[in-house]
Design a protein around this ligand. Structure first.
Ligand code: NAD
Length: 501
């Protein structure tokens, strides 16, 4: 792997059929470092023609790859995991530049990809089906997982190494081939990811990368007749577009979308622990996680104390480039994001919420070169306000005061999303009611809303997705179809439901 490029505008390419190639149209776009506004590389601005080539390469490679024994497919993943370990530091450095998250979180992002790759490599020798007795004599039956074909992988920029691994590792071990359309804000990390896959010995055409924009490349991939499966992580709005685009061909669509996650703090909570959990969940990755805690639902008895502690903690955070060791809060991804976050600050003020801290673009100490926003906390937020309903995807959180547990549950559940929730309480009965009643795909007890591990299902209820789950065993359901197989060794016609009396 080449040394990590941190400045300059080196040109990068698509990866199609095992070759690094320019886009057919020859156009390019730049990847920008959010901490400084500098370009970090130039990437092909691909079009439908590039998608066609990549899909053709993936389709051709599929015939051999699906017949490669799963344990052999897994060997490539084991090598890939080792390479990720070897390059963990380079990748984390690069991520703190290209995506902007702080170095320790960037290393966590890479570690998640290592964990996921190893877990899915293990599936090469599991991928269990079932056998079950027949109702007829001398008959055997089983179910097996079958690969599906070419998978279109479309990812966001906020977990630029982890999320591609969540999709690509299970899809590969199950025997599918891939056309990967990475986020346009983090193409260099996608490039490195695929370089390491290539170095792992993946046959040509099994994974292909087409850089470019959502409407120009992503949508073409979604509509391509030779791509039966789409796995998409991104915003709810784009998820709806993807669903429409895939509908005519009845494609299998897996969606992981936005969140409006809440942490409940009850009157018996360990408040210092709760503040640690809130700061990590609301401001980690500058609030740009799908599991970010953008609502804090607080029992009225501890509301004032929690507010004081939380505001103090937010004001202690040091803003700076992700790669500097003492940075607590890195930049957000781009200028449009700063504008969106600030627009929500204005909306919150107009709605009558109290701005307790932050609420402005950060300047000074060179911060004005990048896209920095101060950690922002609103108090006196009503559950129905837009800042308590809509995904902001920045370092903004809203304090909502409640009288009791039931009101807290209603507030948590009263949004269209359902990804993650959390409760801080010492009461085991309440904790179990929360596990049952909070209508989200993930619930944490005495921890913040982020921190998923790769061997449990990941995803959300309601508008956070369409019922699928990523990670763990659940991921295999996205990338395989069940086949039921009946073997009759009686030597005569035996009719199910008829000849079994
Ligand atoms: P986005 O929807 O703008 O973009 C995601 C990807 O979709 C990008 O690669 C983009 O180029 C592509 N895209 C855009 N328009 C498209 C179209 N019409 N057809 C096909 N592809 C298209 O999202 P983003 O800003 O990159 O990411 C942030 C969002 O992702 C947030 O809503 C966040 O909550 C969500 N997210 C969800 C999860 C999860 O697992 N639930 C994880 C991370 C991020």
């Amino acid at each position: 792997m080449a040394p990590v490029a941190i400045t300059g505008t080196k040109k990068f390419r698509n990866y199609v059929g095992g070759e690094w190639v320019d886009a057919a149209g020859g156009e390019t776009f730049e990847s920008i470092v959010p901490a400084t506004g500098d370009a970090i590389g130039e990437f092909p601005r691909s079009t439908g023609e590039d998608v066609d080539r990549a899909v053709a390469a993936a389709k051709e490679a599929y015939e051999d790859w699906r017949l490669t024994p799963a344990p052999k497919r897994a060997e490539v993943l084991y090598r890939f995991a080792n390479l990720l370990v070897e390059h963990k530091d380079d990748l984390a450095d690069l991520m703190s530049r290209e995506m902007g998250k702080v170095r320790v979180e960037a290393a966590g992002d890479v570690q998640e990809a290592i964990d996921m790759t190893l877990y899915m490599a293990g599936e090469g020798r599991r991928m269990f089906g079932q056998t079950t007795p027949s109702e007829l004599p001398n008959k055997f039956q089983m179910s097996v997982r079958m690969p599906i074909g070419v998978v279109g992988v479309i990812t966001p920029w906020n977990f630029p190494i982890a999320i591609p691994s969540w999709k690509i590792a299970p899809a590969l071990v199950c025997g599918n081939t891939i056309v990967f359309k990475p986020a346009e804000d983090t193409p260099l990390l996608a490039e490195r990811f695929v370089e390491l896959l290539e170095e792992s010995g993946l046959p040509a055409g099994v994974v292909n990368v087409v850089h470019g924009f959502g409407e120009e490349v992503g949508e073409v991939l979604v509509k391509h007749p030779d791509v039966p499966v789409i796995t998409f992580t991104g915003s709810r709005e784009t998820g709806v577009r993807v669903t429409h685009a895939a509908a005519d061909q009845l494609k299998l669509v897996h969606l992981e979308l936005g969140g409006k996650n809440a942490i409940v703090v009850m009157d018996d909570a360990d408040l210092e622990l709760a503040v640690d959990g809130i700061v990590w969940s609301a401001f980690g990755t500058s609030g740009q996680r799908c599991t970010a805690a953008s609502r804090i639902v607080v029992h009225e008895k501890v509301y004032d104390e929690l507010q004081t502690l939380l505001v103090a903690a937010a004001e202690r955070m040091r803003l700076g480039p992700g790669w500097e060791a003492d940075t607590d809060l890195g930049p957000v991804i781009n200028r449009a994001s700063i504008e969106k976050i600030h627009a929500y600050t204005e909306i919150g003020k107009d709605e009558g919420a109290t701005l307790l801290t932050g609420g402005e673009v950060a300047t000074g100490d060179g911060l004005e070169k990048g896209f920095y926003y101060r950690p922002t906390i609103f108090g006196d937020v009503e559950p129905g306000m837009r800042i308590a309903q809509e995904e902001i995807f920045g370092p903004t959180t809203a304090l909502i005061k409640v009288k009791d547990f039931d009101e807290a549950v209603r507030a948590v559940n009263g949004v269209k999303y359902g990804l993650s929730s959390a409760i801080f309480t010492q009461d085991v009965n309440r904790a179990f009611r929360a596990m049952r009643d909070l209508h989200t795909g993930i619930t944490y007890i005495n921890a913040g809303t982020t921190g998923a591990e790769v061997h449990l299902p990941f995803g959300g209820t309601k508008d956070t997705g369409n019922g699928h789950r990523e990670a763990g065993q659940a991921a295999l359901d996205v990338f395989t179809e069940w086949k039921a197989i009946y073997v009759d060794y009686s030597g005569k016609l035996q009719r199910a439901q008829i000849d079994n009396e």
